[in-house]
Design a protein around this ligand. Sequence first.
Ligand code: PMP
Length: 387
Amino acid sequence: TTQKVLNFGPGPAKIPEPVLKKAQDELLNYNNTGMSIMELSHRSKEFENLINKAQRDLRTLLNIPNNYKILFMQGGGHTQFSAVVYNLLAAKKRKQFDNNTMKGEINPPLDYLVTGSWSAKAAAEAKKLYNNVNIVLDVKKLRGSYGSIPPREEWKLSGPNAAYVYYCDNETVNGVEFNYVPEIEPSVPLVCDMSSNILSRKVDISKFGLIYAGAQKNIGPAGVTIVIVREDLLTRLEISDSKLPAIPSMLDYKVMAENNSLYNTPPMFSIYVASLVFEWLLENGGIEEIEKINSIKAAKLYDCINKSKIYKSPVEESVRSRMNVPFRIQPEELEKEFLKGADELGMLQLKGHRSVGGIRASIYNAVPLEAVETLIQYMQEFERKHS
Ligand code: PMP
């Protein structure tokens, strides 16, 4: 039977039904091998073909230039919080060494923009590993809560000395999304967590040193994390006085790149489903088409909230996420009833993150426009009943 519920989960999130069907069809016999993808050797020709095709398709979808490597890593977004620190500090040291500027900048700052709970967590992890983390911007400190992105004049960037500038393009919990790519010193690599909005809109990859994204929102099942990294950042300083800790192999982008992400046994099923999602996107008009639909979905839902007397968005209009739409109901006592009613109608996983409460509708690529329209209808009926 086909799925009868509408899944608004923030991640793990809905996977396109044709993708699940294809995975089901091939589950017992992948590509005439007589076994499932999970039982094949990761060193087999079949899997090598698959991982190469997945890379080609992702490269096509996002128009990734040839001087960027695509890596399939493990450990989710959280592991990237530390992988970024190790790898990009090593790259910065290499650059300092090559330019003979080691002496003056022995301890380069790491710049973090904190616009929501995920970038806050990434900055906290960086502080555990390194003693010169510079908070460029902490929206909660500046404004009392997350929900806006203050203008550039309020940012405290370190300038050309920074090893990198880090930000999160879409804050999944708080529903805050950048509507531009931050302008920084061109010599400083820009690092971006796109876990919850990758593949949802066009992006100029060449502006970034590194982009990463956990799979369980717009890519596929949890277990694989995609890293897109500019090749020049894979260099390494191998001198003893670099004062840097060695990079654990599993966090090492260079090791992963040199081994085509097959350094150890990769999460084969997750990579397989991700490759089916890439094919699904390509068959349906690519990023251009999905971006259009995403804009319509978000516009309709925010329009419903704007016109309502009981639904309130905690996010400033210009930075409202097209992927995660958090809102409160006034009075807040109604939220429980709202969720219960939605549940009964098969609209699931609408509860806001435990740290902020309220409601959150996540409307990733795989959530069709009709699902959003059904949700809006329910919201409007619920409002009529309670006013
Ligand atoms: N970054 C963002 C933007 C996220 O939404 C999440 C997970 N919801 C993470 C990082 C952490 O990802 P993981 O659970 O895969 O470690």
